[in-house]
Design a protein around this ligand. Structure first.
Ligand code: 5GP
Length: 177
């Protein structure tokens, strides 16, 4: 019996996650031939995805991290978005791929994309591991997508519930949503 088994069930296996990350890395490698790329990971949830994705990209690639918060411990968004950790360097002239764990209502990403546009990067694309279309309140353009999921609260592979379960190597569902 693993420590999480009473609380979390497997939705997407570790193998399926790793296979999809590899495919996304190959796609980005093809799309960005001849260019340098900056992956911009959104803390904390996307960090596991970001570091795996980086290793599947066969290009000169750097990464930065930004902290954006819209959740405050529970499972419901407050709609309030704030930057909790900003970039130390400008993005001016860079080809940026924003790396997110999940697009739920879309409110966080809409705020972030507007904020990034004001920094005048050469281009901005969005890569998310998961999308939950049933909950979308605003549409955001997703260029690279791992999986589309139903309306579950998911944990694992960086995603948390009250900071727990980020270390699970698969995408799981809370048994008591
Ligand atoms: P949005 O602004 O799109 O509603 O929410 C985006 C953020 O909410 C994600 O980056 C993530 O931190 C959090 N979030 C949304 N859905 C889930 C979920 O099912 N599980 C977890 N752990 N976090 C979620």
């Amino acid at each position: 019996m693993r420590y999480y088994e009473n609380e979390v069930g497997v939705l997407i296996t570790q193998d399926a996650v790793q296979q999809r990350v590899k495919e996304l890395g190959e796609q980005i490698t093809r799309d960005y031939q001849g260019r340098d790329v900056t992956l911009l990971g959104i803390m904390k949830g996307s960090v596991f995805f970001l570091t795996d994705l980086l290793r599947q990209i066969d290009l000169p690639v750097t990464f930065e991290l930004m902290g954006v918060s819209s959740y405050h411990g529970g499972t419901e968004t407050t709609g309030e978005v704030r930057i909790t950790h900003d970039l130390a360097k400008p993005l001016h002239g860079q080809h940026v791929i924003v790396v997110e764990d999940i697009i739920d209502t879309g409110l966080t990403m809409r705020f972030l994309l507007e904020n990034l546009a004001a920094r005048h990067p050469a281009s901005v694309k969005l890569c998310t591991l998961l999308e939950k279309p049933a909950r979308a309140r605003v549409q955001v353009p997703i260029d690279y997508k791992g999986f589309v999921i139903d309306d579950h609260f998911v944990v694992g592979y960086g995603l948390d519930f009250d900071e727990k379960y980020r270390n699970l190597p698969f995408i799981g569902v809370m048994k008591r949503d």
